[in-house]
Design a protein around this ligand. Structure first.
Ligand code: PMP
Length: 305
């Protein structure tokens, strides 16, 4: 994945040139993973670029910080303004945004109270979450277990615990697959390394709950909302890996990935990839993020040109 560099990064209240947004090597977050993050997207719409579900992303960032006892120096409104300023300054028509806050250079050691908090927003023209080139993906169940909610709070989108996802993704791609499926300690399906997972059988749409260690994905919530409005029966409940093997359709979804059909799970091919419901939901998602569907305009924050 190559990243195109934008001109500025928002860092601790100011727009700074891309290469000047630096930290000290003894940054607490580098050593102990003490940080929280968000991945958010800006889509091109007929009215110019617009951020999708910005308030929801910023509120999750705030909740993540609260769970980790990191005091965010900026509130939702300030971060929303900073986001718009950054997207305009970088002249993006569409982009991927990374909001994050981490403990900086203060004191070495596990005590987190003496390190200052840094807050950053960076942007890229695009960021491909899955290198599948748009085709349905091949997924493999990971030998790595999803971190237990009593080891780290999975509901917090925190930097340190991403090691779990990084290990799982590396194992899957080394073995020739596109993505890893992680199970929780009980063997229930949790999620993929950076997407939530859905299974369709007999017209019923199912996805695992947060109690299985899955992030409360904003795209997952979007898909559930869209499906309910289509009149589809949805269930947020524990799934076994065999529920995925036996499904009619499986797809994964996340901010960077969008809605992506699964071709096979552990080499067991799904009957339909993409299946009918996956296609309908992917189309509706596209209509929502692009502003083409007026009923979802409330999810878009216009950036202005
Ligand atoms: N699970 C994990 C582990 C993720 O990293 C992501 C990406 N943020 C998701 C699920 C999907 O979440 P969202 O739809 O909010 O991007």
């Amino acid at each position: 994945m190559s990243l195109s560099e934008a001109s500025v990064i928002w860092m601790d209240g100011a727009l700074v040139p891309w290469h000047e947004a630096r930290v000290h090597v003894l940054t607490h977050g580098l050593h102990y993973g003490t940080g929280v993050l968000e991945g958010t997207r800006v889509f091109a719409t007929a009215e110019g670029p617009a951020v999708f579900r910005l308030a929801d992303h910023l509120r999750r960032l705030e909740r993540s910080a609260r769970m980790l006892r990191i005091d965010l120096p900026y509130g939702e409104e300030e971060l929303a303004r900073a986001t718009v300023d950054l997207v305009r300054a970088n002249g993006h028509e569409s982009c991927y945004l990374r909001h994050f806050a981490f403990l900086g250079y203060g004191a070495m050691g596990l005590d987190m109270r003496s390190s200052p908090v840094s807050t950053v927003i960076a942007s890229w023209d695009s960021l491909a979450a899955l290198d599948s080139g748009g085709r349905a993906i091949r997924v493999k169940t990971s030998s790595w277990q999803r971190t237990s909610p009593n080891a780290v709070p999975n509901a917090a989108k925190a930097t340190g615990p991403y090691l779990n996802s990084v290990l799982a993704r590396r194992e899957a791609t080394d073995a020739g697959y596109d993505e890893a499926l992680l199970l929780d300690a009980e063997g229930f399906v949790s999620e993929c390394s950076s997407e939530n997972v859905f299974a369709v059988r007999g017209g019923v749409l199912r996805t695992p709950p947060a109690s299985a260690g899955a992030l409360e994905g904003i795209t997952q919530d979007t898909v559930l909302t869209l499906a309910r409005q289509l009149g589809v029966e949805v269930r947020v409940e524990n799934l076994l890996r065999s529920d995925l093997y036996a499904a009619d359709e499986v797809f994964v979804c996340g901010t960077a990935a969008g809605v992506v059909p699964v071709h096979s799970l552990d080499d067991r091919e799904l009957p339909d990839a993409p299946g009918d419901l996956t296609k309908r939901l992917a189309d509706l998602y596209e209509a929502a993020v692009s502003g083409a569907e007026p009923r979802y305009r409330g999810w878009l924050t216009p950036v202005g040109r």
